[in-house]
Structure formats: C-alpha cells, structure tokens
Write a protein that binds this ligand. Structure first.
Ligand SMILES: Nc1ncnc2c1ncn2[C@@H]1O[C@H](COP(=O)(O)OP(=O)(O)OP(=O)(O)O)[C@@H](O)[C@H]1O
Length: 400
C-alpha cells in the first residue's frame, strides 16, 4: 500500500501555500528550515507555483530567500515560462530582473505549443488505451516517455470541431498543478490531430480499482484528496472557473509516485456538441454513472456537478467497484435524476466519509460543499484514519 504524504507534511506545505498565495504559511515553512528549492515529483518548485498563480508577494519572498529563478520542471519550464504563458506581466518583470530566462520560449500568439512531428518517435508507439475520441499511445519525445492522444479523423477532419478542440487544448496548456495531467503540445505537420500529455504509467483509477478492488481507508482518502485538490484548482481558475463535466475514474490517472491527476477536462463539452457538428461519439463513455441529476435532466448547472461525480468516485473507492454495475448506465442516471436513488452506504464506510458523500451527492446542487471545504474535511479524516492504522499496527505487532 502506498501512503502519500499530505500537504500538511514538510515541503509539500511550502508548495501548497506558495500556490495559494498564503504568505504567512510560506514564511512559517521557510522559518522551519524547509528549503525554498524543494520540488514535487514533477520537479515543480514553490517559485513555479507562485509564478503560475500570479502571487507576486510570494515570488518576491521566495527570491529573497534564495529560490532558484531558473529552476526547471520535468518539462523544462522555468517560473518565467509559467508567468509568461499565463500573462502575469509584473511577475515576468521581477523574474527577468533576477536573471530569469524562458527556455521554452512559448510564443504567446501561438494558441497551442507546437511540437514538430519529427521530434516524436511515432513508429515505436505502443497502444495504451482507447477512449471516445481516439487511441492513446506511449511514445518518446525528446527522450521522455509521453502519451500521444490521437483524435479520430471524423472528428479531427471537421474544421469547426478541430478549432474547438485546439481552443480547449490551448486552455489546458495554461494549467499547472500537481494534481492535473500536464499538457505538452500539439503535433505540427500531422494530418491527424494528435496532442501530447505527460505519461502516467500506473494508468487510470478505473484500472487500479479493477485490479485491487476496495481500497483501504487511508489510501482511499489520500486519493480523494488528490482529486479534490486538482478539482479545486480547476474551479478556482481565473478569469473563468473550469468545470470538468466528465469526472470519472477513467479520467483520473496515477503517476509512478502514486499521486492521482485529473485529465480530459473540457473535452467532454465538445463531445456533447456532436449533434451540431454531425459526428457521433463511439462506444459508451460510462459517464452516465457519474452524471449529476441536473445534467441528466438538461437543466442549467454549475461547478457542483463535479462534486456530485466526485462523491460517486469516493464511494467506488471504498466499495471497489461501481454501484449498479449490472444496470445500463443510462438507467442508473435516470433513477438518480428522477427517483433520487443513490448507492447504499454500508457500515464499513467511516462515518465521516458517509456524511461527506451524502453532502456531495445531495439532490440540491446548492447544498453540495465546495472542493475547498471538502479538502479541509478530508485532511482531517486522513489524520484520524492514519492514527487508527497506527493503533492497529501496534496491536498486530503484539499478536505476532
Ligand atoms: N496520459 C496518460 N498516461 C497513461 N495512460 C493514459 C493517459 N491518457 C490516457 N491513458 C490511458 O488510455 C485510456 C484511454 O484514455 P482516453 O482519455 O482516450 O479515454 P477514457 O478517458 O478512457 O474514455 P473517454 O474518452 O470516454 O473519457 C485511459 O483509460 C488510460 O488507461
């Protein structure tokens, strides 16, 4: 079992506070002796996160405390690359004044970072999955394994849809968060539409649950926290919140460090426009199982549709498989929307998780909590579940 460190632990808190603009928290961590250049698994440092989120005060503080202005993340981006692509001009000036450079050199006029076809070894591509839009391959780009997502030609050859896709991808390109799958660029000189994202070798949460079944509470709550943090970032995106609309276990991937990352946000919106553009999605996406009642009823909806889907994912992690697996997904969504039916919550679910799930899948979208409140509650639940494991462990030791 892989138990993750929480953001309240050591260096992770410095990163978390830096991205949140929490100056007091950053000072507290630095005063404790946390090194300003510690990075997460993607080698993203506090300065990257502060530059990304436009936290000018934190950028100044970190530079003053010795943060490396040109530290690069796993994709070769410096804090200046991030500040530039997100249009934080004041921060760009500060970083440049400290000797900051931008090796990626993304042209802000180019909607999507273009990767030349010859840079990618498509011949050695290994098929890793297939979704509604097309196949996903593992390929090598500049010596790194990445995922190449291909968009089927009936979709990609439609100019209107292609533009809509590129617009969504350009949007995705601006996002940087440890719990969001990193977009890398679109392949240039390709008659198909192919884009690259980071490759997550452990596959999706769907694969994990299929293999392992029910997760122990500490792992399930750690995973839930990862998803909630990624979603909270999307919901707080400026100037417009990003609603995922298709949050499912298949759209949550795991990196080799065990961290979960959310992917494919926004793309489902294009898929829903199939009637307008005259193409048909292939295969069942399974999304009906996670669909909020108001979406199914075609009412107006907001961010809380993602909270509803989140509740079902958390439920599934404790149960080990989707509820009503035998029933067609559309029937399940129909019963949820018109009969207020919800999966059972047996007594082995920790009491506080049961309460949280019930709030999150509440029929009234306004009553569902926001991800920031969910994170606070999950952090506290995680601490208490860890304490329980600690006690259980000693008990077992005595038995042995
Ligand atoms: N970045 C990635 N790294 C590793 N595996 C991936 C990556 N992206 C996708 N996959 C794998 O490929 C499969 C297909 O992904 P894709 O996003 O195309 O469809 P999906 O999310 O499964 O379904 P849908 O398109 O209906 O939402 C995923 O289930 C996952 O196993």
């Amino acid at each position: 079992m892989q138990v993750q460190k929480s953001d309240s632990d050591g260096p992770y808190r410095l990163l978390y506070c830096s991205g949140k603009g929490n100056k007091w928290g950053v000072m507290q961590e630095l005063d404790k002796g946390v090194e300003p250049n510690v990075g997460d698994y993607d080698r993203r440092k506090a300065l990257h996160l502060a530059a990304c989120e436009g936290c000018t005060e934190i950028v100044l503080l970190l530079l003053e405390k010795g943060a490396d202005v040109n530290s690069t993340d796993r994709w070769g981006r410096t804090p200046l690359s991030d500040a530039r692509s997100l249009g934080h001009l004041e921060i760009c000036k500060i970083l440049e004044a400290h000797g900051g450079i931008d090796p990626v050199g993304l042209d802000s006029q180019t909607p999507c970072y273009q990767i030349h076809y010859s840079e990618v070894h498509m011949k050695g591509a290994i098929l890793i999955g297939e979704g509604a839009f097309g196949e996903v391959y593992k390929v090598k780009w500049r010596g790194t394994e990445v995922a190449a997502k291909t968009i089927r030609s009936p979709i990609a050859s439609n100019e209107t849809v292609r533009k809509a896709f590129l617009k969504e991808l350009a949007f995705w390109q601006t996002l940087r968060h440890p719990n969001i799958v990193q977009f890398l660029g679109v392949l240039k000189d390709s008659d198909r539409l192919i884009f690259l994202t980071e490759y997550l070798q452990n596959g999706s949460l769907y694969d994990i649950l299929k293999k392992k079944g029910r997760l122990d509470p500490v792992t399930a709550v750690s995973y839930a926290l990862d998803i909630a943090r990624g979603m909270n970032y999307l919901h707080h995106h400026k100037p417009h919140a990003i609603i995922h609309r298709d949050l499912t276990p298949r759209n949550v991937l795991q990196d080799e460090a065990g961290r979960l990352k959310v992917t494919d946000f926004g793309l489902s919106k294009i898929a829903q426009e199939k009637d307008v553009y005259g193409y048909k999605m292939t295969g069942g996406t399974g999304s009906y199982r996670y669909m909020a009642p108001e979406v199914y009823r075609r009412e107006s909806y907001g961010k809380s549709v993602d909270v509803f889907s989140f509740a079902l994912i958390v439920h599934e992690m404790f149960q080990g498989r989707p509820s009503n697996r035998e029933e067609p997904p559309e029937h399940v969504a129909d019963k949820r929307a018109y009969e207020d039916s919800r999966p059972p919550l047996p007594s082995y679910y920790p009491e506080r998780i049961r309460v949280l799930i019930k709030q999150c899948w509440h029929r009234n979208p306004d009553v569902r909590p926001k991800f920031e409140d969910i994170i606070t509650e999950l952090e506290s639940i995680l601490e208490s579940e860890k304490r329980k494991v600690g006690i259980g462990f000693c008990h077992n030791c005595v038995i042995l």
